[in-house]
Design a protein. Sequence first.
Length: 127
Amino acid sequence: MNVSPLTRASSWLTYRRPRVSAVVRLARATPQSLPETKGRFRTPSLRNVAVTAPYMHDGSIGTLGEVIDHYAGGGRSALAGHRSPLTSPLISGFTLDNKEKADLIAFLEALTDPSFLTNPEIQSPFR
């Protein structure tokens, strides 16, 4: 007998959870719950990045210059003298002179859209 997940019991609706196989549960798993994606996260757009401090997933870096220094050193754990097993091999560090760093910060600041930031139709309703 095939029973609908919603069945009537007197005047109340009762939800009966259908049996779901382990394969279906794995297919429904969020990327964060899979072992091979542990520590990964989606990166946000660079639009208006100059006005969205603090930076990083935990808000631990206050300026764009500090973010550049963080990645130039190969990431936080590399700066501390060890490397996390979750750190991407693509983050290996790089060198920039002061002019290149200033140019990179100027480029990131150029991605700021003042018309977006001042548009009253999309402002926070909590201001």
